[in-house]
Design a protein around this ligand. Structure first.
Ligand code: ZN
Length: 149
């Protein structure tokens, strides 16, 4: 009960005060996400620093869960390398869909486990992660080739 209240608080806070909101220019990757079930729309722009996500922003509109999830996602993956971001996306998907999935080490993102009780809202919460993957894929073409000697 108290845990649920805590999760609710985190989500409401991020919805009211979204972090990294806006548009990043110039950027290396951009992707739009749309969840027609709820009407959530968001655009992610990101800049790569080699394999890392140097900076990223999101903009759009939608329900509290979609916006809060995107806000927390940007905080969680900024400065991280690509493999870490992809791994985090996989863990969040498990957290949203599997009972008993571990939220250890996920920090505030653990609040998303509360969404599991509302299956209709899982797509709201996962939208930003799918969009991030698409933006990363797009940035691959723009990222400089790293040569290993
Ligand atoms: Zn939604």
């Amino acid at each position: 009960m108290q845990l649920t209240d805590l999760y609710r608080e985190v989500i409401l806070d991020h919805n009211k005060h979204p972090r990294n909101f806006g548009r990043l220019d110039p950027h290396d990757g951009e992707a739009k996400g749309h969840n027609p079930l709820c009407g959530d729309q968001l655009t992610i722009t990101l800049r790569r620093e080699g394999d890392r996500i140097g900076d990223l922003r999101f903009e759009g509109n939608g329900c509290a869960i979609s916006m809060a999830s995107a806000s927390m996602m940007t905080e969680a993956v900024k400065g991280k390398d690509r493999a870490t971001a992809t791994d985090l996306a996989t863990r969040i998907h498990a957290l949203l869909t599997q009972d008993g999935a571990s939220s250890e080490g996920l920090g505030k993102l653990a609040a998303l486990s509360g969404v599991r009780e509302f299956p209709a809202r899982v797509k709201c919460a996962s939208l930003c992660w799918h969009t991030l993957n698409a933006a990363l894929a797009q940035s691959d073409a723009a990222a400089p080739t790293v040569s290993t000697e």
